[in-house]
Design a protein around this ligand. Structure first.
Ligand code: MN
Length: 283
């Protein structure tokens, strides 16, 4: 019998990790204190062996930061829910690099980043530390999942999102997965029975209402705070934004090639007869 995994392997499309064990690396850009880590680790422990490496603090919005000019410290710790974990003063991407480059006894076969507090839809993924950690997994040749829940604050029920991550992990281990994509998953903040289904989507558009707020510190010096809610004006059918709005779990395959292919031919028509140094005229 030829399985999907056999076919993918024959086509050279199977990630190296999938053929091996079922070692799962979990990280979370919200930091080691995130109460999503316990439920996610429990759910994934039914699929494979789990390691947790998370940053000491919240790195949300850190995107694909890496630490270059100072050492990384790692300490072993325990989640409030009892699981053993490691915490580092590095970024979410550093967590994956540590795990993949030899800190862990067994190299991961799958990276799961999340469950993030707050959705990562459309343009959000360019800021997201959650998605970036999965990007690092992908760049390391591992199947990788970023998973986020559309909720903030306390008392979030992470059980449905954790269970869905486990379902995806099982699919990836059983079927293999393309080596040039990661999965960006967004789960509505609904009880499991109320979730309207699963939709495989493309990225939608986000509109941000960020504002610059200037205030004075106690010494009279101005400081600035940039922020505001992410709003989605209209959600096109088939996008992650629309699926989540419809109460569905959104699964978007993400590709790291940001090339605008349509513009290559257009740019080729520009005048490229440039050579030598650029001269800057004096005033
Ligand atoms: Mn986050």
């Amino acid at each position: 019998m030829t399985t999907d995994a056999d076919k993918l392997a024959a086509e050279g499309r199977l990630n190296r990790g999938v053929a091996g064990g079922r070692q799962i690396l979990i990280t979370n850009d919200d930091g080691i204190e995130s109460d999503a880590l316990g439920p996610l680790a429990d759910a994934l422990a039914a699929v494979g062996d789990v390691d947790i490496i998370a940053p000491e603090r919240n790195w949300s919005g850190a995107s694909h930061s890496i630490t270059l000019y100072r050492p990384l410290r790692v300490r072993s710790t325990q989640l409030r829910t009892g699981q053993n974990a490691y915490m580092t003063d590095g970024s979410p991407t550093d967590c994956v690099r540590l795990g993949v480059l030899g800190f862990l006894k067994r190299k991961p076969d799958l990276v799961v980043s999340g469950v993030n507090r707050g959705s990562n839809l459309g343009d959000d993924i360019t800021y997201s530390g959650t998605v970036a950690a999965a990007m690092e997994g992908l760049l390391s040749g591992l199947p990788s999942i970023a998973i986020s829940i559309a909720a903030f604050g306390a008392n979030i029920d992470f059980a449905p999102s954790a269970a869905f991550a486990a379902l995806l992990a099982r699919n990836i281990f059983d079927k293999g997965f393309a080596p040039d994509a990661l999965l960006n998953v967004n789960v509505p903040a609904l009880p499991r029975d109320a979730i309207a289904g699963v939709e495989v989507t493309r990225l939608g558009k986000r509109t941000y209402r960020d504002q610059l707020v200037e205030r004075l510190d106690p010494y009279g010096n101005p400081y600035y705070w940039v922020g505001g809610p992410a709003v989605s004006a209209e959600a096109e059918e088939g996008t992650d934004v629309a699926a989540l709005r419809a109460g569905k779990i959104s699964v978007t395959p993400i590709y790291l090639d940001l090339t605008n292919h349509a513009l290559i031919a257009e740019l080729a028509k520009w005048d490229w007869g440039w050579s030598g140094p650029v001269e800057v005229a004096a005033d």
